[in-house]
Design a protein around this ligand. Structure first.
Ligand code: SF4
Length: 252
C-alpha cells in the first residue's frame, strides 16, 4: 500500500499491513451484484445482517434485486418483502426512491452514477431520503469501487484509541482524516475498512478492550496501564454497516 507522507500515514500503513497479515483478505461486500450491495447497505441500517439476508432473499425471489424492476414495483410489495429488516416502510421507500432516481437522473445506469466521481455521486445520494453519509459512502465504495472511506464507529473507535483522531471525532472529521492521509485507492479502502471492523469486533469492543490479544497492541503509544483504563471508557456505537460482518465473520 502506498500512502501520503507523514506519521499518520505510516501508522495507517502499519495498521493495514498488520491486520491483513492477521485476518487475510475479507472479501467485502458480501454480495453478487452492485444492486445487492446497494439494497444491503440500505437495509442494514439499525438491524442485524441476518435480518438483511432474509429481506434480500425476498427481493431476489421477487425479481426486485435490480434497479429497473425495483423502480417500477409497487411500494406495498417492497414493504412486504423487506419487512424482516425492520423499519420496512422507510426502507422500502428509500429502495424505490434510489432506483427511480438512478433511472430518471442516470438513465438507469450505475456506471453513469459512479462515473460522476465520489463527490458528485455522493451529493446525489445524500439528497435522497433515508441515505446518510455512512450509507452513501458504503454504496460508493462497495458498489462503485470509488475511493471513499467508510469512517464508521468501529473505524473511529480504533483510530481514537490510538490517538490518531479525537475520541469524540464525528463521521465527517474521521473521514476527512483518512482521506487526508491515505492515497485515493478504492481497493485499499475496501480492504482496510473491513479489516478494522474485524479488529474492532474481535478485540477493540465498545466496553471490552483486549489489547493483550490484539495485533495492533504494538502500536499503542500509551503504557499498558493506560490502555486498561480504556476499559472503563464508554466507546462509540457500532455502525449500521458493520453488522454485515456478523455473517462474513461466521463464514471465515
Ligand atoms: S484492542 Fe487495544 S491494541 Fe487493539 S485496536 Fe483496540 S486499543 Fe488498539
Amino acid at each position: 500500500m502506498q500512502a501520503k507522507p507523514g506519521q499518520p500515514r505510516q501508522d495507517l500503513e502499519r495498521f493495514f499491513t498488520t491486520l491483513l497479515e492477521k485476518f487475510g483478505p475479507q472479501g467485502w461486500w458480501p454480495a453478487e451484484t452492485r444492486w445487492e450491495v446497494i439494497c444491503g447497505a440500505i437495509l442494514t441500517q439499525n438491524t442485524n445482517w441476518r435480518n438483511v439476508l432474509l429481506a434480500l432473499h425476498n427481493l431476489r425471489q421477487a425479481g426486485l434485486l435490480d434497479g429497473s424492476p425495483l423502480a417500477h414495483a409497487a411500494l406495498a410489495e417492497i414493504q412486504t418483502l423487506v419487512r424482516p429488516a425492520g423499519f420496512y416502510r422507510q426502507k422500502a421507500r428509500t429502495l424505490r426512491d434510489i432506483a427511480v432516481w438512478i433511472e430518471a437522473a442516470h438513465a438507469g445506469s450505475l456506471d453513469r452514477l459512479f462515473a460522476l466521481g465520489p463527490e458528485r455521486a455522493r451529493a446525489g445520494l445524500l439528497s435522497l431520503r433515508g441515505i446518510g453519509p455512512e450509507t452513501a459512502d458504503a454504496i460508493l465504495l462497495y458498489a462503485g469501487g470509488l475511493p471513499v472511506f467508510v469512517a464508521d464507529a468501529y473505524t473511529r473507535r480504533i483510530l481514537s484509541r490510538h490517538g490518531l483522531i479525537a475520541g469524540d471525532a464525528d463521521y465527517d472529521s474521521a473521514r476527512q482524516f483518512l482521506h487526508q492521509h491515505l492515497p485515493p485507492d478504492g481497493a485499499v479502502y475496501n480492504e482496510f475498512h473491513a479489516l478494522l471492523v474485524e479488529a474492532a469486533k474481535q478485540f477493540c469492543r465498545r466496553n471490552e478492550i483486549r489489547c493483550e490479544e490484539c495485533p495492533l497492541a504494538r502500536f499503542l503509544t500509551m503504557p499498558k496501564a493506560d490502555s486498561r483504563q480504556l476499559r472503563a471508557k464508554k466507546g462509540s456505537r457500532p455502525s449500521v454497516i458493520s453488522s454485515a460482518t456478523e455473517v462474513v465473520g461466521s463464514r471465515n
